[in-house]
Write a protein that binds this ligand. Structure first.
Ligand code: AMP
Length: 272
C-alpha cells in the first residue's frame, strides 16, 4: 500500500495507475462503514485511493474537532488488510495551499437545510475540501456513504457543476448488529448508550412502513423518552431535501439527527 503525504507524491502516483482511479474521502477513525466504500469501489473494478484528513473547516463545534478520534496507525492497518492501493494523508497546508479559498457556489439550496441549518458553516467546509481534493486527484469515480445523505446530495451537485467527468456513487449505510449506524463518533458512547441508540433505526423502519405525520410524532416521542435529544426527524425529498408535504412518493427518505451523551448522531432510511 502506497502512503502519500504531499501534492507532488500524489501527482507522481497518478502517473502509474494500474486501473481507473476511485477516490474515497474520509476523516480517519475508520470502521467497517468506511471499508465498505473501498470494497465497493474495488468490486466495481477501480484502484482505490483513500484520504485521511480531519478537515477543520467542516467542524462548526470546536470541541467536536478537538475530540474527533485520531487513529492513523490502526487506519493504515485496516486499509492494508483490504488491499487498498493508496492512502493520502495531507496536512492542512497541503490541502489549503496559501490559505486560499475558492468561492464555490452550488445551484441548490440543499446546503442550508437540516444539517446546514443546525451546523452553520459545516457544508461550506465540506464543499471547500471536496473541491480541493477533486481538483488535485481528478479521480474517475468517488464513493460516499448514504449515512451522510445530505452530504451525498451536496457532493453530487458539486460534481454535476464543476467535475462532470467524475462518477458519483452512494453506498448503503453499514450498521452495528443492533441497527445503530456505524460512525467514528460511536467510540465515544458508553456501552448502555450504544444499546439504547438502537431505538433510532427501529423507529426509522417503523415510519418507513407507514409514513404519516402521526407516526413521525409517535416516533419522536419514543426516541425522546429514551433520553435522545432530537434535533430533527422528518421525511424529505432526496433530491431537494424539501420537507414532506404529506404525500408519499418515491425518492423520499426519513432523516434523523440527535444527541445522546452529548454525542451527535445522524441516520436516515430511504423509503422504498
Ligand atoms: P467520515 O470519515 O465520517 O467523513 O466518512 C467518510 C465517508 O464514509 C463518508 O462518505 C461517509 O458517509 C462514509 N460513512 C461513514 N459511516 C458510514 C457507514 N456507517 N456506512 C457507510 N458509509 C459510511
Amino acid at each position: 500500500m502506497i502512503v502519500l503525504f504531499s501534492r507532488d507524491s500524489l501527482l507522481s502516483y497518478k502517473q502509474n495507475l494500474n486501473k481507473p482511479l476511485a477516490f474515497v474521502p474520509t476523516m480517519g477513525a475508520l470502521h467497517d462503514g468506511h471499508l465498505s466504500l473501498v470494497e465497493k469501489a474495488q468490486n466495481d473494478g477501480f484502484e482505490v485511493l483513500v484520504s485521511l484528513f480531519i478537515n477543520p473547516k467542516q467542524f462548526n463545534n470546536p470541541e467536536d474537532l478537538l475530540k474527533y478520534p485520531k487513529t492513523i496507525p490502526q487506519d493504515l492497518e485496516l486499509l492494508k488488510r483490504i488491499k487498498t492501493h493508496a492512502v493520502f494523508i495531507p496536512d492542512y497546508q497541503t490541502i489549503y495551499q496559501n490559505n486560499q479559498t475558492n468561492e464555490i457556489f452550488l445551484d441548490s439550496e440543499i446546503q442550508h437545510k437540516f444539517e446546514g441549518h443546525f451546523r452553520p458553516g459545516h457544508f461550506n467546509g465540506v464543499i471547500s475540501v471536496l473541491y480541493e481534493f477533486f481538483s488535485l486527484i481528478q479521480p474517475l469515480a468517488v464513493y460516499f456513504g448514504q449515512k451522510d445523505l445530505q452530504q451525498c446530495a451536496i457532493a453530487h451537485s458539486l460534481i454535476q457543476k464543476y467535475f462532470s467527468n467524475i462518477e458519483f456513487h452512494r453506498v448503503e449505510t453499514k450498521r452495528e448488529p443492533n441497527g445503530l449506524a456505524m460512525s467514528s463518533r460511536n467510540a465515544r458512547l458508553s456501552f448502555n448508550a450504544k444499546n439504547n441508540a438502537a431505538i433510532i433505526f427501529d423507529h426509522l423502519q417503523l415510519i418507513s412502513k407507514q409514513p404519516s405525520a402521526d407516526n413521525l410524532n409517535l416516533a419522536a416521542q419514543k426516541i425522546n423518552e429514551s433520553g435522545i435529544e432530537i434535533e430533527y426527524l422528518d421525511i424529505i425529498d432526496i433530491q431537494t431535501f424539501d420537507s414532506w408535504n404529506g404525500i408519499p412518493s418515491k425518492n423520499q427518505a426519513i432523516i434523523f439527527a440527535g444527541y445522546l451523551e452529548g454525542i451527535r448522531l445522524i441516520d436516515n432510511l430511504i423509503i422504498s
